[in-house]
Design a protein around this ligand. Structure first.
Ligand code: SF4
Length: 188
């Protein structure tokens, strides 16, 4: 297990380094953003990210875990009674900041700047970045900073495959952050 967590930490570090370089290139930052991306309904797709996030949750005291559990249940109520693209703040965000920042999932680390990704059918997907980036930067006619997400997804998939084999895990994995928290703190 530890080797998988170590490996994912390395992947996250590589993402963070590239992301920081991209932000510098574009002279872009998230300060004062009214459109907080933590209110986006992100889905996560790997067991290994859940295990890594669990390490962050474990470091919080019991009363904080209970608060997060309540918020996660509230978020799920909204998700279950709203359209698919409903916007509601992540249960791990407090006062605009992530309380498990060092253990946050991959999508939280890569969302925001323009990217490219090679698909299985050999096509290339391009993303424009977040709303703030589009509004503030796209019209500046800046040179694209090469942010290729492919390698991160490939490496993540390799770790996930090894983990699944070692724990004999099957089935698809797709969870929101609130669902992950409930899985970790309530065991379902
Ligand atoms: S896990 Fe952290 S960074 Fe990701 S959406 Fe939630 S609060 Fe934001």
């Amino acid at each position: 297990m530890d080797k998988h967590l170590t490996r994912i930490a390395e992947i996250y570090k590589a993402i963070d380094n590239l992301y920081e370089a991209a932000m510098k290139h574009y002279n872009f930052n998230c300060e004062g953003c009214a459109d907080n991306c933590c209110a986006t309904k992100f889905h996560h797709h790997t067991n290994i990210e859940e295990l890594y996030l669990a390490e962050g949750l474990k470091r919080l005291d019991e009363s904080k875990q209970k608060e997060i559990l309540c918020r996660s249940e509230d978020v799920m109520k909204v998700y279950n009674s709203s359209p698919e693209d409903v916007s509601v703040m992540c249960p791990l965000n407090e006062g605009g900041a992530c309380i498990v920042y060092e253990h946050r999932p991959m999508i939280c680390r890569i969302h925001g700047v323009p990217y490219q990704m090679f698909k299985k059918n050999m096509s290339i997907e391009f993303g424009t970045g977040c709303l703030r980036f589009v509004n503030e930067k796209l019209n500046e006619n800046m040179q694209y900073f090469m942010f290729n997400r492919t390698i991160f997804y490939v490496e993540m998939a390799k770790v996930e495959k090894e983990l699944r084999e070692s724990l004999s895990l099957g089935g698809d994995y797709k969870k929101t952050t609130a669902e992950i928290v409930l899985s970790i703190l309530k065991g379902h």
